[in-house]
Design a protein around this ligand. Structure first.
Ligand SMILES: Cc1cc2nc3c(=O)[nH]c(=O)nc-3n(C[C@H](O)[C@H](O)[C@H](O)COP(=O)(O)OP(=O)(O)OC[C@H]3O[C@@H](n4cnc5c(N)ncnc54)[C@H](O)[C@@H]3O)c2cc1C
Ligand code: SF4
Ligand code: SF4
Ligand code: SF4
Length: 398
């Protein structure tokens, strides 16, 4: 029976709940706003199915998968603009939908929380576009994916690497009609903090959360907001809106500085392309340094073909994308999250201690302010790095 001994050991994929046929597992939020399974020992028959499906308890590979790497984008400018990176996900999804298939991905729900949904109509594809920086509730997908696979139609499942690995474990075997695509994953922020942010921003605008009608992370237009400096949009029914650069919001700053990212993401066991996905997509960070002539303000993606099935699928969409093969090192060198987890912010505990007292717009900038001590430590670290490099180069010459 599943027992979460340390919060680092549960990514919240929800596979254990889905696999339990005895209704013995419930889903409860902790004080940081992350969901964890809780077993009712009176209902549990100790069948161990939940342990077997868990991507964090079971053995995992720490070797980097031998994948083919590419960078590129889809050929259609508007699709690129409406996506977080180079618009590869919508191209893959359209190919599946055009064959009357099913596509699973993360969508906002009525309360502006994020959950996995299944679509079968291209008119609904907009719901899955763009990154949503909130943990997606994936519990209902597992059974539904299996059900759709049994129709014999093509199924595309997309999500974070841990969600993709737990789906693989849930299904127990590969299916010819299933394509799994994961995104490179920094980590996921707390749904509770996200909710707090929406309440506070609505209050500031004299609005109600219920009146929110649109939210966009990674917003791009062709003028001010672009892939390397994207915007954030929050809109209410009245026409009121908050539109600014993402890095001007306390929410995105707090997330990317790791003040309220899920503990398991700092010890993620599904990095190094080890989720068992057929394809992995992300931002091609480093394009400006390695291929500056290929920079596109609408977005550039990195793509990994992890399996034969994935690599073959790339051929089927080749008319809709522009891709260039690159070496693995070129694909990963400026995108640390493919290989390594981030560290929690050193003031993370302080954040949660003070969260109920202060607004995010006050608390986050206060905690992220760089003190004189931090500056001193940073410059010492830089100094040490420079000395190390000089010594290394000197030794190489000997
Ligand atoms: C939480 C998060 C962190 C990320 N961190 C990095 C990073 O550190 N480095 C990097 O290179 N790329 C990262 N990405 C991936 C990147 O932002 C793009 O999502 C990816 O490149 C696909 O972009 P696209 O243009 O092809 O299509 P898009 O239209 O942007 O594709 C959206 C895809 O993302 C999925 N998705 C969106 N939100 C979620 C969510 N909350 N949970 C699960 N799946 C979701 C959708 O299901 C869909 O498959 C992250 C994405 C998310 C969601
Ligand atoms: S051991 Fe079996 S019955 Fe018990 S919680 Fe896990 S899946 Fe449910
Ligand atoms: S990682 Fe997933 S399967 Fe494992 S305990 Fe957590 S929610 Fe359950
Ligand atoms: S960082 Fe790892 S554990 Fe966290 S959501 Fe992403 S894949 Fe899952």
């Amino acid at each position: 029976m599943i027992e979460v001994k340390s919060k680092n050991e549960c990514c919240g994929c929800g596979a254990c709940i889905s696999v339990c046929n005895h209704g013995a597992i419930s889903w409860t939020s902790d004080s940081e706003g992350f969901f964890y399974p809780q077993v009712d020992k009176n209902k549990c028959i100790d069948c161990k199915l939940c342990d077997k499906v868990c991507p964090f308890i079971n053995q995992y590979s720490t070797k980097i998968n031998v994948s083919l790497a590419y960078f590129g984008k889809c050929k259609y400018e508007q699709i690129q603009i409406n996506s977080a990176s180079g618009g590869l996900f919508p191209v893959i999804a359209k190919a599946i939908l055009s064959k009357q298939g099913f596509v699973f991905g993360a969508s906002f729900n009525m309360n502006w929380q994020v959950e996995h949904v299944c679509i079968s109509d291209e008119n609904e594809l907009w719901r899955l576009l763009r990154s949503k920086y909130v943990q997606s509730d994936n519990r209902r997908s597992y059974y539904l994916v299996k059900e759709k696979l049994s129709t014999g139609k093509q199924v595309l499942y997309t999500g974070t690497p841990c969600q993709c690995l737990s789906l693989r474990k849930y299904l127990k075997r590969d299916y010819n009609n299933l394509l799994i695509v994961d995104v490179v994953c920094h980590g996921v922020p707390s749904p509770m903090v996200w909710n707090k942010y929406l309440i506070e921003q609505s209050q500031k605008m004299n609005e109600r959360v219920e009146a929110i009608c649109d939210i966009k992370f990674k917003y791009k237009d062709e003028i001010k907001y672009h892939w390397m400096h994207p915007g954030f949009v929050l809109r209410w029914d009245s026409g009121n809106e908050l539109k600014c650069y993402g890095n001007e919001t306390s929410y995105e700053n707090g997330f990317l500085s790791n003040l309220f990212v899920r503990p398991s993401c700092h010890k993620c066991k599904v990095r190094r392309l080890s989720s068992g996905s057929d394809l992995t997509i992300g931002d091609y960070w480093g394009c400006d340094k390695l291929y500056p002539e290929q920079i596109d303000r609408r977005g550039v993606s990195v793509l990994f073909g992890n399996t034969d099935k994935g690599r073959k699928f790339i051929q089927t969409v080749s008319d809709d994308v522009i891709l260039k093969p690159i070496k693995m090192e070129e694909a990963t060198i400026y995108n640390p999250r493919i290989l390594y987890s981030s560290k929690p912010h050193k003031r993370r505990k302080e954040f949660y201690r003070n969260m109920s007292t202060y607004e995010l717009d006050e608390l986050v900038p206060h905690l992220l302010r760089i003190t004189k001590g931090d500056r001193l430590v940073n410059s010492m670290m830089w100094g040490m790095r420079i000395v190390k490099n000089i010594l290394r180069k000197g030794l190489q010459k000997l």
